[in-house]
Design a protein around this ligand. Structure first.
Ligand code: NCD
Ligand code: ZN
Length: 472
């Protein structure tokens, strides 16, 4: 069989080790990995001397804003930025306009993403009190999973009561889909924010003061109880504090199907950066006190936290630089810088590059039913690759970001480790750090290849649907 591309002299990175080998691609899939002499003839070869070949990152938490807020980002700019960051699949959040909360809005987003995305993607559906009845039609319309907001954040999508949340979990549990949670408890932070605003606080640190770690810890604990009761699979988004790790670890120990992500800003930034960044650092959950960082790293190393995602949340500069912190939009871009930030820590000896691919690709693929088509370098897998130069350093520059949002707390930070080529299903999207023309619309929705394990429903006889049926 004639391969489309054979990559020679690269170091192939797996979660459990590195292999110096050649890698052949045919028909968008990995055909073979092995000795150069054992590779089939190829239309094209690439010399990857000095580069590590990683499974492309799967970022399970991005906001590409399209439709609705395309002045912040769209599917073209978002996926271009991702390709520059070595990211080959993203899961996009539903807080767009219209919200991805019914089959029609979902179909509309599929049409836009399908024609513009350069990399693969999954779409999240909004799960709230108003969309419980739409769960079946959204599953049928092609989603990667659900998103439930336990607290208010950008877009102000409604936060369900605990009662509605239980019912939502009951309805999703039999579908086997994972529910990703913005785990911050609305009532705690709304009350604290209102009192601080009344008292006249408008400084950047007031944002952190409104949302101390207990806001997230209470939400994680409560979500885990509901997941345990219903058998729904859940994922804790953007874990920001040491305090959340205990309810997460305890739920895992009880057998709850719960996963967690943290983001570079919780690993690298702290309360000490608010003075430097002002409102630019405002994000939900907030960047916290520096003593949260070491426990988050430890949790990544020991598997309590499963993965790295970015919560790429682009906004326009005027929306990030208002004086009153309460009027600053929350979040900042991250999909392009995650890999370099993390590889810098690999260079510093804090983790191995094998650990990194476990967090960036392998665990995301496994927990959303995409493995072994994605998240791994093995024959039969999609040829989604990030070829990185661990020796190349650069200073992050907001103006150089390919996101439409050119404002972030990373500006001026030195990183070492850079994606040089990014391939999605065998096609170069980024080549020699240059975007390949004509790749718009190459991205495909990964819901079609998703295979979640069978659902493990609990307490089916006690659900809302069960109890409203008249006896007899
Ligand atoms: C996100 C956004 O802007 O959409 N903002 C944020 O601060 N993280 C929403 C979210 O993920 O909470
Ligand atoms: Zn969130």
């Amino acid at each position: 069989m004639l391969a489309d591309l054979v990559i020679h002299n690269g170091r192939i990175v797996h979660p459990d080790g590195i292999v110096d080998a050649s890698l052949a691609i045919a028909g968008g899939r990995i055909l073979a990995i092995g000795a150069a002499e054992a590779m089939p003839a190829a239309k094209e070869t690439l010399d990857a001397s000095g580069l590590h070949v990683l499974p492309g990152a799967i970022d399970v938490h991005v906001h590409f804003r399209d439709p609705g807020y395309t002045h912040k980002e769209d599917w073209d700019t978002g996926t271009t930025s991702a390709a520059f960051g070595g990211v080959t699949t993203v899961f996009d959040m539903p807080n767009t306009v219209p919200a991805t909360a019914n089959a029609q809005a979902l179909a509309e987003k599929h049409a836009i993403a399908g024609s513009r995305a350069r990399i693969d993607y999954g779409l999240y559906a909004y799960l709230g009190e108003s969309s419980i009845e739409q769960v079946p039609e959204m599953v049928a319309g092609g989603i990667i999973g659900f998103k439930l907001y336990m607290g208010e954040t950008f877009g102000k999508l409604a936060t369900p009561s605990t009662g509605a949340m239980l019912e939502a979990f009951e309805v999703v549990a039999p579908t086997g889909k994972r529910i990703s949670l913005h785990a911050e408890t609305a009532s705690i932070m709304a009350r604290r924010e209102a009192r601080m605003r009344a008292a006249g606080r408008t400084d950047a640190l007031a944002h952190l003061a409104a949302r101390p770690a207990v806001v997230a810890t209470e939400a994680v604990s409560r979500a885990a109880v509901l997941a345990e009761w219903t058998g729904a699979r859940i994922h804790i988004l953007h874990i920001s504090s040491a305090a959340e790790l205990r309810p997460l670890a305890e739920a895992k120990a009880r057998g709850v199907d719960i996963t967690g992500e943290t983001c570079p800003h919780y690993l690298f930034l702290s309360a000490d950066d608010y003075a430097r960044c002002g409102g630019v650092i405002r994000v939900n959950p907030p960047v916290r006190e520096a003593d949260n960082q070491a426990p988050l790293w430890k949790a990544l190393m020991d598997g309590t936290v499963d993965m790295i995602a970015t919560d790429h949340a682009p906004h326009a500069p005027p929306e990030k630089t208002r004086n009153d912190i309460w009027s600053v939009d929350c979040g900042f871009p991250g999909v392009e810088t995650q890999m370099s930030l993390m590889l810098s820590q690999v260079n510093a000896g804090r983790a191995s590059i094998c650990d990194y691919v476990r967090w960036s690709a392998y665990n995301p693929a496994r927990n959303w039913g995409l493995f072994p088509r994605k998240g791994t370098l093995q024959p039969g897998a999609d040829a989604d690759l990030a070829l990185v130069d661990l020796g190349q350093d650069m200073v992050l520059d907001d103006a150089a970001l390919h996101s439409r949002s050119k404002i972030s707390p990373w500006h001026g930070r030195r990183v070492k480790g850079l994606p040089i080529h990014t391939l999605v299903r065998g096609r170069f999207i980024l080549r020699n750090r240059t975007l390949v023309e004509g790749t718009e619309g190459w991205g495909r929705s990964v819901h079609a290849i998703q295979q979640m394990p069978p659902a493990q429903v609990r307490n089916a006889d006690k659900t809302m649907q069960a109890i409203i049926r008249l006896p007899g």
